[in-house]
Design a protein around this ligand. Structure first.
Ligand SMILES: C[S@@+](CC[C@H](N)C(=O)[O-])C[C@H]1O[C@@H](n2cnc3c(N)ncnc32)[C@H](O)[C@@H]1O
Length: 263
């Protein structure tokens, strides 16, 4: 094991912190405390402007995510930056969207920290499947409609292929919460239908969930790809497929931009 600590300095710690899906009210107490007190915050593109606004102006910020027209860091460069900052004696908040360990590469960053001899803590966050579907009025499970839920990545590999166990995913009793599935949605829908899922299965897409910019489209497996394309949805968007989506009309409680009724 190599240690990255500068001679004579006590190494800092890295806090891999989940910021939740966007609404700052969904931060954990621990996440908020760390954001307010850490000398440096390394964050990615998914962090909402409302949460970024909670970082004190004097805090050093490092933007690590991909964004049009801006430089961004590779995963190796992010790992190296965390090791370098903590090695210089700083406590570092590595702020990640949702939960750091759900499609967030937080475990890879933790492995790099272990390798460098840097101590770390993980602060769980509300993952998009839970937070975004809830703000869209969709329960992930409901008696009689879904006995389980699967979190699935719809991220296309570099060769543009999407390899998922379609026959196992095409289960009418299981809700599918699909992360990063916007671009592959036409293929996802076609593959699920080909594997036996009813094209009339209710399906939803939610863009910028839990924020004042939230948009939601309800449809079916057959109609959702066209509706989402026509509406020009962009990431971050979550796709939810399953009979539970049929409750979205009645369980609708969140008005984007209308604020929440927090006493
Ligand atoms: C790289 S994954 C990170 C997931 C994150 N670690 C989590 O636990 O939610 C990014 C994907 O999460 C989903 N996502 C995250 N925040 C979202 C939001 N506010 N609204 C809709 N989808 C969101 C989208 O599918 C997006 O493409």
């Amino acid at each position: 094991m190599t240690t990255a600590t500068e001679p004579g300095r006590r190494p800092g710690r890295v806090f891999l912190v989940g910021a939740g899906p966007g609404d700052p009210d969904l931060l954990t107490v621990k996440a908020l405390r760390l954001i307010r007190t850490a000398p440096v915050v390394v964050h990615d593109r998914l962090i909402s402007p409302e949460i970024l606004a909670l970082i004190p102006p004097e805090t050093e910020r490092l933007f690590a995510g991909k964004e049009c027209g801006r430089h961004y860091l590779s995963q190796d460069e992010i790992n190296a930056a965390l090791v370098r900052l903590a090695g210089s004696g700083l406590d570092v908040v590595r702020l990640k969207g949702g939960d750091p360990l759900v499609f967030g590469r937080g475990s890879e960053e933790a492995q790099a920290l272990i390798e460098a001899g840097i101590s770390f803590e993980v602060v769980p966050g509300i993952s998009a499947a839970a937070g975004v579907s809830t703000y869209a009025g969709i329960p992930l499970t409901h008696r009689g409609l879904a006995t389980g839920v699967r979190f699935v990545t719809g991220h296309l590999r570099e060769d543009k292929r999407l390899e998922l166990p379609w026959s196992r995913l095409a289960d009418p009793d299981t809700t599918l919460a699909i992360y990063m599935g916007l671009h592959a949605l036409p293929e996802i829908a076609a593959q699920l239908v080909a594997a036996g899922l009813d094209p009339e299965t209710p399906a939803a897409a939610i863009e910028n969930g839990t924020t004042p910019r939230q948009r939601r489209i309800l449809g079916t497996l057959a109609t959702l790809p066209g509706l989402v394309g026509a509406a020009g949805f962009r990431p971050p968007s979550l796709i939810v497929i399953g009979r539970v989506v049929s409750l979205a009309g009645t369980l609708d409680w969140f008005t984007p931009g209308g604020g929440t009724a927090t006493p």
